[in-house]
Ligand binder design. Structure first.
Ligand code: FAD
Ligand code: SF4
Ligand code: SF4
Length: 427
C-alpha cells in the first residue's frame, strides 16, 4: 500500500501540493492552523501581472481540495510532534476546539448575526470587526463557524449563550475539547508561508503614528470589493477618498539592520496596487518610491511599463527618510530623490508601506519540532540545487516558507515537492 503524506499549511502552495498528491492516488492529510484554508492569497484583491481576481482563482482550488476524496483537510489544527524517519513518520496533531460541531454547522450565519461581541477582524487586518462567533472570511473553506474562546461571553464569563439558542442545527458546543490525532505518513511537505514585517519596528515610516499610513496587506483588503469598505479607496482617519497615494518600497527589506534580503514580490504588488487605484478611481495620482525596480518574472517589466504609460504611475527613485503627518492628518514623505540629488518632500492623502515579508512567527520552535534547519534569514533551508529538499530526509518545503516567491513560483515549487514526496510514498 502506498503511504500517506502530511502537508502542513493550507495556503496556495499547500493546496497545490495536496491536489497533486491526491490526484496521483495518495492519501493526504492537510493541516492548517487557521479556521479556513486559503492562506495569504485569500486576502489579496487581484494578482499581478494579469490582475485576475485572487479569490476567483483560489476558491475553486480550495473547494477541490476540501472535496477531494483523498484529502483529509484538518483546519484549526496544529502539528505538535514528529517522530520516525523517511517512509515512516509518526505525527501528533491537535485539532483545536471550534466550539461548533463541524458535522452539524451549515455556515448559515444565524449565530454570527446575533452575537453581541465585536472584536477586530484579523482577516481584514483589523480594518473591520467580526463577532466572537465567526466565519474566518466570506468564502471560508470549510464554511463552518468558529467560537473565539478569548472573547466569547459564555466561555469567559458564563453568560450569554445566544448562539446556542439560535442555532437550529444544535451545532454550538461550548464544552467541546481539543482532539488529538495520530497520523502515520511516509513524507511531509511544509508550506507554512510568511508573516508581514511589523513596520512599527522601523519607526521613521510613521506606521502607528500617522493615521493614514497603512501596510500593503491592509491596502489589499481596503481595495477588495468584499473587504471592509466594499472596495472604496478611503483613508482610515476620515473615510475621505484617497486621491494622492504614495507606495513606499523596501520597508524592512534590503536593510542590513532589519531583513537584508529582497522580499521579491513588493515592486510588483505595489505597481498592481497603483494600477488598481486608477481602475477604482481614474485620475488618482500614484507615486512609487523605490530603491530600484526588481521585476524579473515573465511579463513583469512590461507590467511596470504599462503602469507608467497607461495608468500614469510615477516612479521616484529614492529611499524614504521619514514620514510625518500634518495638522490635517495628511502623511508627508521626506525623501532623497537620487535622480535629481535633491532632498524633497511630498504631501499625500494615503501612504502604503510595502513591508518586508518574513518567516512565520515561531518558525524556530516549528523547525525544531520538525528537525529541519533554517537559513540565515529564518526561511526553511533547502538544497541549492533541489530547492524542495530540506535538511531532514523525507521532509520537503515549498512556497514562501522556503524563500521569497510569488504565487506562480509557489505553485510550481509545490508540484515539485509533491513529486518528491510521492517518490517515497509509492516506493
Ligand atoms: C501585499 C501583498 C500582495 C501580494 N500580491 C501578489 C500578487 O499579486 N501576485 C503574486 O503572485 N503574489 C503576490 N503576493 C505574494 C503571495 O501572497 C505569496 O507568494 C503566496 O501567498 C505564497 O503562498 P504560500 O502558500 O507559500 O504561503 P501563505 O499564503 O502564507 O500560506 C501559508 C499557510 O500556512 C498556514 N500555516 C502557517 N503556520 C502553520 C502551522 N504551524 N501549522 C499549520 N498551518 C500553518 C497559514 O495559516 C497559511 O494558511 C503578495 C503578497 C503580499 C504581502
Ligand atoms: S453554528 Fe449553527 S447558526 Fe451558526 S453558522 Fe453553524 S449552523 Fe448556522
Ligand atoms: S455565547 Fe459567545 S459566541 Fe455565542 S453569541 Fe454569546 S458571546 Fe457570541
Amino acid at each position: 500500500m502506498p503511504k500517506d503524506v502530511l502537508v502542513i499549511g493550507g495556503g496556495v502552495s499547500g493546496i497545490q501540493a495536496s491536489l497533486d498528491l491526491a490526484d496521483m492516488g495518495l492519501k493526504v492529510h492537510l493541516v492548517e492552523k487557521l479556521p479556513s484554508i486559503g492562506g495569504r492569497m485569500a486576502q489579496l484583491d487581484k494578482t499581478f501581472p494579469t490582475n485576475d481576481c485572487s479569490i476567483c482563482i483560489l476558491a475553486p482550488k480550495m473547494a477541490d481540495c476540501f472535496g477531494h476524496e483523498n484529502i483529509n483537510t484538518l483546519t484549526f489544527s496544529e502539528v505538535r510532534e514528529v517522530s520516525g524517519r523517511e517512509g515512516d513518520f509518526k505525527v501528533r496533531v491537535v485539532k483545536k476546539a471550534r466550539g461548533v460541531d463541524e458535522t452539524l454547522c451549515t455556515g448559515c450565519g444565524e449565530c454570527i448575526e446575533k452575537c453581541p461581541v465585536k472584536v477586530p477582524d484579523e482577516f481584514n487586518m483589523g480594518l473591520s470587526e467580526r463577532k466572537a462567533i465567526y466565519l474566518y472570511f466570506l468564502q471560508a473553506v470549510p464554511r463552518i463557524a468558529t467560537i473565539d474562546r478569548d472573547n466569547c461571553l459564555m466561555i469567559t464569563k458564563g453568560k450569554c449563550g445566544i448562539c446556542k439558542k439560535v442555532c437550529q442545527r444544535g451545532a454550538v458546543d461550548y464544552d467541546q475539547k481539543d482532539k488529538e490525532i495520530t497520523l502515520q505518513v511516509g513524507a511531509i511537505i511544509v508550506a507554512v508561508g510568511f508573516d508581514p514585517y511589523d513596520p512599527r519596528n522601523t519607526s521613521q515610516y510613521g506606521y502607528g503614528r500617522c493615521k493614514n499610513v497603512i501596510t500593503a496587506l491592509e491596502y489589499e483588503r481596503l481595495i477588495c470589493a468584499s473587504g471592509p469598505t466594499g472596495g472604496h479607496l478611503v483613508r482610515p482617519s476620515d473615510h475621505k477618498e484617497a486621491n494622492k497615494i504614495g507606495y513606499v518600497q523596501c520597508v524592512g527589506s534590503r536593510d542590513v539592520r532589519k531583513n537584508p534580503y529582497c522580499s521579491s514580490v513588493c515592486c510588483m504588488h505595489s505597481t498592481k496596487e497603483a494600477i488598481l487605484a486608477q481602475e477604482h478611481n481614474p485620475g488618482v495620482e500614484c507615486f512609487v518610491f523605490y530603491t530600484d525596480i526588481r521585476a524579473p518574472g515573465k511579463d513583469f517589466q512590461r507590467y511596470i511599463k504599462r503602469g507608467m504609460a497607461e495608468y500614469g504611475v510615477i516612479y521616484i527613485r529614492g529611499r524614504v527618510a521619514e514620514i510625518i503627518q500634518d495638522e490635517d492628518e495628511n502623511p508627508v514623505i521626506l525623501y532623497e530623490n537620487t535622480e535629481t540629488d535633491k532632498v524633497e518632500h511630498m504631501k499625500l492623502d494615503l501612504v502604503v508601506l510595502a513591508t518586508s515579508l518574513v518567516p512565520r512567527h515561531g518558525i524556530n520552535e516549528f523547525a525544531n519540532l520538525l528537525g529541519v534547519d533554517l537559513d540565515n534569514f529564518g526561511f526553511i533551508k533547502t538544497d541549492p540545487f533541489n530547492t524542495v529538499i530540506t535538511t531532514r530526509e523525507g521532509i520537503f518545503a515549498c512556497g514562501y516558507c522556503q524563500s521569497p516567491q510569488d504565487i506562480p513560483e509557489s505553485v510550481a515549487q509545490a508540484s515539485g515537492a509533491a513529486e518528491k514526496a510521492a517518490e517515497i510514498c509509492f516506493r
